[in-house]
Design a protein around this ligand. Structure first.
Ligand code: PBG
Length: 325
């Protein structure tokens, strides 16, 4: 055959394949989400997320130590709050002695060099299981901002490096920037969940935190999975309002959105490889239906290839272990 171009030439040995590889994953790309519960000496596996535990503040320190040892240095903790501490206004979310503030303080005391991305949203503390204040079945936007501001401030006071609003209320980035600056926290960054879709892939996360909405769904604030341009509108607003990072969530069903944000902004782009995306790989691997490690690597690589600089993933530790081998 007379063929000038043979793309297979660049695939013939591992050494050559490595040379022409366009995208690589590094442990520095990752933020590991962590679930925190009350009590002591607790390490409770999340049923729908094999290998992922909820840690009490003490065992959490050991978990972080083992991650740091592997090179994972950025964490996104989420609190699991008992029902009796939940209320309509998520008051526990800005309790300076609450579980979340204690967890952040303890991590920063033991590991001053790790980066903590704290979660700003009402749902873990809301008796309604929503990210905003519910009044007559409606999610109130501006009233919710007040709560988010208090929450972000208490997280900054506890030592969070970056606050990450995951609530999708309008105007929250500007409000948080204003509250943080007003209290002297101009160094605390904001990672905005810019394009957070109303997704079925959050199921296992809601199991982990018992935070599923008590009624209705989240479609009046989270985005319609059908929309791309709307993500660009959100991105424009977040940039104008002072976000330091933009995030797309979930990741795998939204690779096109990651790419679009990458092409339309020069801010760092993060993508959240969410609980359901983790659970799917684990469940299939446990059934022997696919090779879990290869599926993990391919998923993570695709997120980076789409244009994410930063990946929030429950696989972060497993990836670091794989890379160390
Ligand atoms: C809510 C929040 C959710 C996740 C992070 N923050 C779920 C939701 O919107 O109900 C999901 C993360 C995951 O599935 O891993 N503020």
């Amino acid at each position: 055959m007379d063929m000038l171009r043979r793309p297979r030439r660049n695939r013939q040995t591992e050494a050559i394949r490595n040379l022409v590889q366009e995208t690589t994953l590094h442990v520095n790309d990752f933020i590991l989400p962590l679930f925190v519960i009350g009590g002591q000496n607790q390490r409770v596996e999340v049923g729908s997320m094999p290998g992922i535990n909820r840690f009490s503040v003490d065992t959490l320190q050991d978990e972080i130590a083992s991650c740091v040892e592997l090179g994972v240095k950025a964490f996104a903790p989420f609190p699991s709050i008992p029902d009796q501490l939940k209320d309509k206004y998520a008051s526990e979310s800005h309790n300076p002695d609450g579980l979340y503030a204690r967890a952040i303080r303890e991590i920063k005391k033991n590991f001053p060099d790790v980066a903590i991305f704290s979660d700003v949203a009402m749902d873990p503390y809301s008796s309604d299981g929503h990210d905003g204040i519910v009044e007559n079945g409606e999610i109130l936007n501006d009233e919710t901002l007040e709560v988010l501001g208090k929450m972000a401030l208490s997280q900054a006071q506890a030592g969070a490096d970056v606050v990450a609003p995951s609530d999708m209320m309008d105007g929250r980035v500007a409000h948080l920037r204003h509250v943080l600056d007003e209290h002297g926290y101009h160094k605390v960054g904001i990672m905005s969940y810019t394009a957070k879709y109303a997704s079925a892939f959050y199921g296992p996360f809601r199991d982990a935190l018992s935070s599923a909405p008590k009624m209705g769904d989240k479609k009046t604030y989270q985005m319609n999975p059908a929309n791309t341009r709307e993500a660009l509108v959100e991105a424009e607003l977040d940039i104008a309002e002072g976000a330091d990072y933009l995030m797309v969530k979930p990741a795998l069903a939204y690779l096109d959105i990651i790419k679009s944000l990458r092409e339309n902004s020069n801010l760092p782009i993060a993508a959240y490889n969410v609980s359901g995306e983790y659970a799917m790989v684990k469940a299939a691997a446990q059934n022997g239906w696919l090779d879990g490690e290869k599926a993990m690597l391919e998923s993570l690589l695709s997120i980076k290839r789409a244009g994410a600089d930063i990946i929030l993933s429950y696989f972060a530790k497993e990836f670091a272990q794989y890379q160390k081998r």
